[in-house]
Ligand binder design. Structure first.
Ligand code: PLP
Length: 382
């Protein structure tokens, strides 16, 4: 595997591979020794120092910086959140749907939380228009039909958690901007697997978190807001950590931070910040370009093998139209996931699709093991 330096070393940092073929990073990244040590360090600091708040706030700033580097943003454009949902809710709370421009266009690839928060804005005057999936993709033309001069926001999904299809974000963003609409991109399923550059993509907002390919646990996410928009957006979903001076402790006024911290809320998720930093550090050390190349080799192998075995690959075949997640149609996907688990292979499912999602710690032997297990259970594969 020429593209990935020290592949065996990195795999050895993830004890789960001593027991299992773990190939389910679209649900949850595997636990590394580094992330485990980060949690231990959090407890050791707590034990030794009691309440080192200055240091904990500094760790939060380090997380802001790490998120910013991952997407080529400035730290001042990043709000550190506890979930994507919290980030999208804070953003939605800034938008005014009382005028003519009151439409939210939602890609049907969106994670449910994005659709649900959008529909919650109906109480505030928003109209929601969905852009349907046709086959395994959503065409540019489908967005053309949905986006117009009444569109306030277009909510896109970078890589679909259902099928693994990748959206042509720059093209749809360009279209949305031509109509004066803003664009929110959910990159959760792409972060850590593809180089992401908010300047190149042109999006106005981007959300993601550490749970999956950033190798950490639940409870840490972020919202990127394009720098020149921050001052114009006034969240009503916020808290004391969104204030310009957190420790002003002023109960008589709301004085939002000048930067994207204004979208944050309460006490930051300190343990998750320790862990998230450790996970992101691994991704930075290996390098996202190298990870992308490695994943591409594995997904090519998997798709080629699955097709030779006659299976129905749902994920688009063109590399530019897919992410790290490959989906294969199944006749009884719950049974298939269980059968693979009996072979010590951990995968997941959505609808009737089997989801197989390699990361840098996977290798060609893992793919062969998956293909072999599918052969052994071919009556469950469509
Ligand atoms: C595309 C996508 N967005 C968002 C989420 C999660 O959102 P939240 O952080 O609000 O739980 C997930 C996975 O859980 C996801 O796959």
């Amino acid at each position: 595997m020429p593209l990935l330096p020290a592949a065996d070393f990195w795999r050895s940092r993830f004890p789960i591979f001593e027991q299992q073929t773990y190939i389910n990073s679209c649900s949850q990244g595997a636990l590394s020794l580094e992330v485990r040590a980060a949690y231990d360090a959090y407890m050791a600091d707590w034990d030794a120092k009691g309440s080192p708040w200055e240091y904990w706030v500094e760790r939060g700033e380090a997380a802001r910086g790490a998120f910013a580097r991952l997407i080529n943003a400035k730290p001042a454009e990043v709000a550190v959140m506890t979930s994507v949902s919290a980030g999208v809710s804070a953003l939605a709370s800034c938008l005014d749907f009382r005028g003519r421009r009151n439409k939210i266009v939602v890609s049907d690839f969106a994670f449910p939380t994005v659709g649900q928060i959008s529909h919650a804005q109906e109480l505030r005057g928003a109209r929601i228009v969905h852009v349907p999936v046709a086959g395994a993709t959503i065409s540019y033309e489908a967005f053309e039909r949905a986006i117009d001069e009444e569109t306030a926001l277009v909510a896109l999904s970078h890589v679909s958690f259902r099928t693994g299809a990748r959206q042509d974000v720059a093209a749809v963003t360009h279209l949305a901007h031509r109509h004066g609409a803003l664009v929110l991109l959910d990159s959760y399923q792409a972060l850590g697997t593809l180089p992401i550059d908010v300047r190149q993509l042109g999006v106005d907002f981007l959300v993601g978190g550490t749970l999956k390919y950033l190798l950490s646990s639940a409870g840490l996410a972020f919202l990127y807001v394009r720098g020149d928009l921050v001052a114009h957006l006034k969240p009503t979903s916020m808290g004391w950590f969104s204030q310009e001076n957190i420790f002003a402790m002023d109960i008589y006024r709301n004085d939002p931070a000048r930067d994207a911290r204004r979208f944050e809320a309460g006490t930051p998720p300190v343990p998750n910040i320790y862990a998230g930093l450790a996970g992101m550090q691994i991704i930075e050390r290996i390098g996202v370009e190298a990870i992308e190349g490695h994943i591409r080799e594995l997904t090519d192998h998997l798709i080629g093998g699955a097709m030779r075995q006659g299976y129905n690959v749902v994920t688009p075949l063109k590399p530019s139209q897919r992410g790290a997640l490959v989906t294969i149609k199944s006749l009884d996907v719950s049974a298939l996931v269980e059968r693979l688990a009996a072979h010590r292979i951990i995968v997941s499912s959505r609808e009737n699709n089997l989801r197989i999602s390699p990361h840098f710690y996977n290798n060609h032997s893992d793919i062969e093991r998956v293909l072999e297990a599918l052969r052994a259970n071919k009556e469950l594969v469509a």
